[in-house]
Write a protein that binds this ligand. Structure first.
Ligand SMILES: Cc1cc2nc3c(=O)[nH]c(=O)nc-3n(C[C@H](O)[C@H](O)[C@H](O)COP(=O)(O)O)c2cc1C
Length: 356
């Protein structure tokens, strides 16, 4: 298990690649008169009962070994210095060996007042989930669903038959917001409708385009896979469009917290996710590279440059607040157009500046 966590960090680093989908498939329509004053722009976002200083955060990665404790400490330092929320990786190791707890509690020690999410899979009872939340005084719990990863792992889970029932029990019983989260394979309209039907109020559609856990687990297998699993999943921008359609069909628009992640690596990617309707945007691979390749001072300087550039984009799009992203107009490339046509997703509302 400990080896697995260390392997994930090593392989995610080795396999990190620039994701081009946002650049290739989505463009903003430039407006020459952005009638805003840059000093009056606010990057704050209020969701999940909390006020986030920025609409992007460090998404779930790690914990469970001494190496990953150091990674979590570095990530938590960026979160603190740059006022970002942060999720820890799956806390399942604490139930196998309690001596692993400090690889998670370090995050709260470094950043006592920050917004922190805990993370688990569905193999735990609601009271164990609450224990994981309480250990790091988490502000929300991410429960990850990762069927492709489990299947590619020889030691992975094989029984997914109770997942929806377990999700229903956890959203009812855990005493903080529960986010149902993919791990880089994206969520479809149908998946989101299933989740909404059992009372889920927050989803992270974590789509394809960045870190691939079929590729990571594929590299750990003795028996190589015979098919190409590297590209399994729904690209992040498309999963956001699928989510909107599910919210509309269930008449729950504006009532569900929509989190985007998967291949988000630049301030422009973040802006595009917000324009597609995300409330918050998570970055994992990007922040992993940042802490592995740089001193903590340099990582913090680069994160602040990221934040500054995000404000530049807000100004150019005339966004005074995060909610104004819904007024920006977008042009889509062929892959998105083709998907939208075959899945009957309307893109019309994105081509005007009227707001959605
Ligand atoms: C090293 C590593 C470990 C991860 N471990 C977890 C995990 O424990 N729980 C989880 O929900 N997601 C985990 N993820 C998935 C990320 O949270 C995210 O959904 C996925 O990597 C896609 O985002 P990215 O392209 O920005 O990396 C992990 C990602 C990385 C890179």
């Amino acid at each position: 298990m400990l080896n697995r966590k260390d392997d994930h960090i090593r392989l995610a680093q080795e396999q990190f690649h620039p994701s081009h989908f946002f650049d290739d498939e989505i463009e903003f329509v430039h407006q020459s008169l952005p009638l805003v004053h840059v000093d009056k722009i606010s990057s704050q976002q209020s969701v999940l009962g909390k006020k986030f200083a920025w609409p992007f955060f460090i998404n779930a990665m790690t914990g469970g070994s001494s190496k990953t404790k150091r990674v979590n400490a570095s990530l938590a330092q960026i979160a603190k210095d740059c006022n970002l929320a942060m999720a820890v990786g799956s806390m399942s190791p604490i139930f196998k060996d309690p001596s692993n707890k400090d690889s998670y509690t370090i995050v709260r020690e470094v950043n006592p007042d920050g917004i922190i999410f805990s993370n688990l899979n569905l193999n735990y009872s609601p009271s164990q989930m609450q224990e994981a939340v309480d250990l790091i005084e988490a502000d929300a719990l991410q429960l990850h669903i990762n069927a492709p990863q489990e299947l590619v792992m020889p030691e992975g889970d094989r029984d997914f038959s109770q997942w929806l029932k377990k999700i229903e029990a956890s959203v009812k019983q855990v005493k903080c917001p529960v986010i149902i989260k993919e791990v880089g394979f994206g969520m479809s309209q149908e998946t989101i409708q299933q989740l909404l039907s059992v009372g889920v109020k927050a989803v992270d559609i974590s789509g394809r385009g960045g870190t691939s856990f079929t590729r990571i687990e594929g590299a750990r297998r003795k028996q190589p896979l015979l098919s190409n699993w590297d590209n399994w999943g729904i690209p992040t921008p498309i999963a956001l469009l699928e989510a909107r359609a599910a919210f509309q069909a269930s008449k729950k628009e504006g009532k569900i917290t929509l989190i985007a992640s998967g291949g988000v690596q630049t301030p422009m990617d973040v802006a595009k996710c917000l324009a597609l309707g995300a409330d918050l945007v998570g970055l994992s691979g990007f922040f992993l590279q940042l802490v592995l390749d740089h001193t903590s001072k340099e990582a913090c300087r680069l994160t602040k440059a990221f934040q500054e550039e995000f404000l530049m984009i807000m100004a150019l799009l005339a966004c005074q607040e995060i909610k104004d992203f819904s007024h920006s107009s977008l042009i889509f490339g062929d892959r998105i157009l083709n998907w939208a046509k075959q899945r009957h997703l309307s893109l019309e509302e994105f081509s005007t500046t009227k707001g959605r």
